[in-house]
Ligand binder design. Structure first.
Ligand SMILES: [Zn+2]
Length: 75
């Protein structure tokens, strides 16, 4: 999936995500820590929600397909 197709984002989460420059978004997606692989990985099939004012991405590790998550703190 590309970062431009976001079927699993809530509208506020999508708005927050789209306010982030594309190259930073790409970096955020490609250095997610996977507790199963024990190294940084790429998050795939992710969904986005706003939780406690932060953008929360939850998806699957590109390597082991275990669940990984990234919190992007709100301003
Ligand atoms: Zn993994």
């Amino acid at each position: 999936m590309t970062i431009e197709s976001l079927p699993n984002f809530t509208p506020p989460a999508r708005q927050r995500w789209e306010s982030i420059p594309a190259e930073i978004r790409q970096r955020l997606l490609s250095n997610v820590w996977c507790g199963h692989c024990r190294h940084e990985t790429t998050i795939t099939n992710f969904s986005g929600t706003i939780k406690n004012g932060d953008l929360l991405l939850v998806g699957a590790c590109a390597e082991c397909h275990g669940e990984v998550a990234r919190v992007i703190e709100g301003k």
